[in-house]
Unconditional design. Structure first.
Lengths: 80, 709
């Protein structure tokens, strides 16, 4: 899967789950500090990424991911 | 500007901010960010609140900002409640905004280890870069009841009443328990501070601030670890000396698992808690074992004037409790006041015939407020009374509430303290409430009452003389000690030979006898003939610490023949026990006359630096652990207290017809050792065991010494 596709789908998942505009989900946006994700939403995001890409993520490593760009890189490592 | 100076400036904005940003706030009640905002809004805070939340436009009806940088007005204080992983981003923005003071509530830093330590170090670096100061992380927050501020910047459920007691705590959870306890007892606070991991602002900085806080009369501290004991002692002394404010500390860790195997007696006996105890005592800090004791004493300090003497009048409506109170009074070192004839006449005239007009004044079980008035007024008027204990038990005719008010009314006319114990619980509750509202310290038990007053009395007596200066001797030879220690370091030694130890002690004019190293039986004979009899012979080797255990010591050598034989005996025995040990020879010196054996030692503590120990020597030191500690450098008063502080002190001081020993000699040894331990931090542990103390004015002698590096 192309990186750009991963990025587009990640941003859509984030915007939908956090109920924010897609435009706010920039590459450098921090899930907690910029987008306001709380700890429950962080867990939900990991689950939503797994469902979106049909993958199983390492929970601890996934929760340590801070920004949208880092999430895209992290998930890219799990998809072909 | 030094960080500590900066903190003093920035702490003012922590307690008295004109505007506060809550960074990471949310709308969810029952969460730390949600409740913190509501608590602040509910506390009638005299300033502006700016919620900062990435997603909310308004919280609790207050306009919210996405970033602290978006706030158009200046902000004095930031309270950060974000998750640990992004606190650095929040603090960085606070720095960019020009905010100088912060409280970091968030947990997940040093206390969790691993990456948390790095996160905390990062916060310190950011604070340093922007000249900011912060309390926390991992704390409950800060409360200031001063009407000028009215700040509840915490997630404690309730804002306490205004009062004159400041409470500092390393544990956030204990804070809420203390607030709840104090609320039930109607105890108010001036400042209430949970300082958590103390990554930036520490208890030392807070104590400095409270020293100059006009709203604070009494300071309470809960500590789990002392990281800078020397600074803690210094600030405590300053506060007590300059302001007379008492400092009461509850320090966790009474039971020490840290009595690690050590090479010296001092090392194994000086657990960190004993050292803490000694340091607190030396600095005038009052140590409390539990919350109840702490508040019993704190209210005695905060609510009543200090007694000018220790003569107590007891007013009671019950004989038994009067006796119990008398026992407790005497037990705590207080005295029962002797009433003047005029006072007794007054009581005789106005109290029932069956009343006891001597101290304790028993106003009889059916007494109402009028009789308490007579007894209390008489006691307060009597110039032989320094303080009054009031006891009440609830009989059917006892007007409990009126009596409580009478105590408050009468005592308000006098500059003497009054304390009360209304014994019981349910029936007396109404009176206890009145006492608490009127700031009369109340105690469930007379024993607690006597203990609390005794603490206040002793503190007021000691406050003036705490500034005793350390003694410094000018006749010491630092160069010699320096040379020996440097040589030992170069040789990679972890302990010095007795010969080296003796040279070091001699350089500081400690009472060591001349000793000579010999390498043959013939030399031994020559030396003993020169120095005289009886003599002592000891093996010398860098490889042997416990010489007795390997047959390396012979005492009471009375003839040249014994010396000749002794040399061979020692060498053979040691070689048999330790064939590989390198033997330097045998040390010979004159035998010290019989006297009392004491131990004097020192060790280096990571928090308090050089610590000295004193106790009876021989088996007593290990079996009875009857030892005292003080932190170096010692004043003459410290040294005297170390000696008189052991339980066996009467044995040294001529009890039951024994000859008094040379206490001045021991004092001198302690003071010189204190100076040496202060001058040479590379000395890790040292023991003089035993120091033989002869009769008064006859001196004392070092019989054996060990120095570890």
């Amino acid at each position: 899967m192309e990186r750009i596709e991963v990025e587009t789908r990640v941003k859509k998942v984030v915007a939908s789950l956090l109920k924010i505009n897609l435009a706010e989900v920039t590459d450098n946006a921090n899930f907690i500090f910029d987008l306001g994700a709380d700890s429950m939403q962080s867990l939900e995001l990991v689950a939503a990424f797994e469902e979106e890409f049909d993958i199983e993520l390492d929970q601890d490593k996934a929760l340590a991911v801070q920004t949208v760009a880092d999430a895209v890189n992290f998930i890219s490592g799990y998809v072909d | 500007m030094e960080r500590s100076q900066l903190h003093q400036k920035n702490l003012d904005k922590i307690f008295y901010p004109d505007s506060v940003a809550i960074v990471g706030a949310n709308k969810v009640q029952g969460t730390v960010p949600g409740d913190l905002l509501l608590n602040l809004a509910k506390s009638d805070f005299n300033g502006i609140i700016f919620p900062v939340s990435p997603r909310e436009k308004f919280i609790a009806g207050i306009k919210s900002y996405r970033y602290v940088l978006d706030i158009p007005d200046p902000v004095d204080l930031a309270i950060i409640v974000f998750q640990a992983s992004v606190v650095n981003l929040a603090l960085e923005q606070c720095g960019q905004k020009g905010i100088k003071s912060a409280i970091i509530i968030s947990a997940g830093f040093k206390e969790v280890g691993g990456g948390g330590v790095d996160l905390e170090n990062n916060l310190k670096a950011i604070a340093n870069k922007y000249e900011m100061s912060f309390i926390g992380p991992n704390c409950l927050g800060v409360i200031n009841t001063d009407p000028r501020s009215k700040l509840n910047a915490s997630f404690a459920r309730n804002m306490p009443e205004e009062g004159s007691i400041a409470f500092l705590s390393q544990s956030g959870a204990l804070c809420t328990a203390v607030l709840d306890y104090a609320r039930a007892k109607e105890i108010g606070f001036s400042k209430f501070i949970s300082f958590g991991n103390k990554a930036d602002i520490s208890e030392i900085d807070l104590l400095h601030y409270l020293k100059n806080d006009p709203k604070t009369k009494v300071i309470l501290v809960y500590l789990e670890e002392v990281t800078n004991g020397v600074a803690l002692m210094k600030v405590a002394r300053e506060i007590i000396h300059d302001t007379g404010k008492p400092i009461l500390v509850m320090k966790a860790g009474r039971t020490s698992a840290g009595a690690k195997a050590a090479a010296s007696h001092t090392g194994s006996l000086a657990g960190s808690d004993q050292i803490c105890d000694a340091a607190f005592k030396q600095a005038g800090i009052i140590r409390c074992d539990n919350i109840e004791e702490m508040f019993n004493k704190a209210t005695a300090f905060a609510y009543q004037p200090a007694p000018k003497g220790n003569r107590v009048a007891i007013v009671t409506n019950a004989g038994g409790p009067g006796v119990l109170t008398t026992d407790a009074t005497i037990h705590e070192g207080l005295e029962l006041a002797q009433f003047s004839d005029a006072t007794k006449e007054e009581f005789r005239k106005n109290l029932p015939k069956t009343a006891n007009i001597n101290n304790p004044v028993d106003v009889i079980g059916d007494a109402r407020a009028d009789r308490y008035n007579i007894a209390l007024s008489g006691a307060f008027e009597d110039s032989g009374v320094d303080a009054v204990f009031t006891i009440l038990t609830p009989q059917s005719m006892t007007d409990i509430d009126l009596i409580a008010r009478e105590i408050a009314k009468v005592s308000s006319h006098y500059d003497k303290p009054v304390y009360a114990s209304f014994m019981g619980e349910a029936d007396v509750a109404v009176g206890v409430h009145s006492l608490q509202r009127n700031r009369i310290p109340h105690y469930l038990l007379p024993e607690s009452m006597a203990k609390s007053m005794a603490t206040v009395y002793k503190f007021s007596q000691l406050a003036g003389i705490n500034g005793a200066e350390p003694v410094v001797f000018k006749d010491v030879d630092k160069e010699t000690v320096d040379a020996i220690l440097m040589g030992a370091k170069a040789a990679g030694k972890s302990f010095l030979t007795e010969e080296e130890a003796v040279k070091i002690l001699a350089a500081y004019k400690l009472p060591v006898l001349e000793s000579t190293l010999v390498n043959s039986a013939e030399e031994a004979v020559k030396v003993v003939t020169r120095i005289g009899f009886p003599a002592v012979m000891k093996i010398m080797s860098d490889d042997i610490v416990h010489k007795f255990d390997v047959g390396g010591v012979l005492l009471d050598i009375k003839t040249a023949g014994e010396a000749e034989e002794g040399f061979t005996k020692i060498m053979d025995s040691v070689k048999a026990h330790l064939p590989t040990a390198h033997l330097k020879g045998v040390l010979i010196r004159k035998m010290i006359p019989a006297g009392e054996e004491v131990i004097v030692g020192g060790k280096r503590d990571p928090a308090f630096g050089a610590v000295l120990m004193f106790g009876l020597g021989g088996i007593f030191v290990e079996v009875l652990k009857d030892v005292t500690f003080r932190i170096a450098p010692l004043s003459r008063k410290d040294a005297a207290e170390m000696i008189s502080g052991i339980k066996a002190f009467p044995l040294l001081n001529g009890a039951r017809g024994r000859t008094p020993r040379d206490l001045a000699g021991i004092t001198d040894v302690l003071l010189r050792l204190s100076q040496m331990a202060t001058d040479f931090p590379q000395i890790r542990e040292l023991d003089i065991n035993p120091l033989i103390v002869l009769d008064k004015a006859a001196g004392c002698y070092v019989a054996d010494a060990k120095i570890m590096l």
